[in-house]
Design a protein around this ligand. Sequence first.
Ligand SMILES: [Zn+2]
Length: 321
Amino acid sequence: MKLKSNDPCWCGSGAKHKRCHGDRHALLRPPVRLGRVSAPRPVPDAIPRPDYVTTGVISTPRTPQIQDPESLIRLRRACAVAAEVLIRTGEQVDVGRTTDELDAFAHDTYIELGAYPSDLHYRGYTKSVCTSVNGVVCHGIPDDRPLEDGDIVNIDVTAYIDGMHGDTSATFHVGTPSAALAGLVDTTREATLRGIAAIRPFEPLQRIAEAIEPFAESRGYSVVREYGGHGIGVTFHADPHVNHHIDRRDDVIVLPGMTFTVEPMLTSGPATFHQAADGWTEHTDDNRPSAQFEHTVLVTDSGAEILTITDDGRSAAARVG
Ligand SMILES: [Zn+2]
């Protein structure tokens, strides 16, 4: 059941939702206008590129990515690098920084760690991360807009190294967060972890959506349906499509060794959105904010393991346990 505006707020304050975490005025930020996008940044020749960059064609399989012990070692490395890039770039988020500056910092960090930024020149995209601010659901292009106090920004990082892609994202607060936005961000982080914790081998992929959607709705949020997670490994975007909303037609069964992303996008208003003129940026129709977290996970013999953490267990996105 979706929490309604006159219901008591989920946080236990005793106030109506619309006077507490569902306060529209506290949630609303000025619309994010598209800014100037800088030229693509160069990558040293010594760093290997994915096929779609070198040949312009994706030649790796679209089929579900199932790892063997050897490929898993390489995927773990790509995921650890992605986690490290996200942590360090997240530390750069501050009032007055532009998303282009975050892109530049992330770009240099990928290279320092020996990785290629998978986003760069993927299907015509020209930046090294996506930066989605406030009412931007996903695929925001880094530009010259300075971050403002009270904004939220999702940074989406994918690292390509040793022939593998590792994909992770997190939503960061800029300056001082409002309680309403903190509620959205915290709930999205928790929804991501609940979805991952629900994964079981030889059981439906839908367990993820069953863990995420009712939880999000119990707090008055909506789950984006048109975008989901994806298989990942040698291929950046592979099958299966991972729904975060319940879809009874989904009959995918997960298998040990499968690797895919879990990356729910939650909106504080209805989960309807439209694409900007740049062909990438997706804005909520009502301009109310949206948050997202993402991990690359491995299906194990008993559940799922988060791969997008550093070797010493750090993650900007969220950690298990
Ligand atoms: Zn509340």
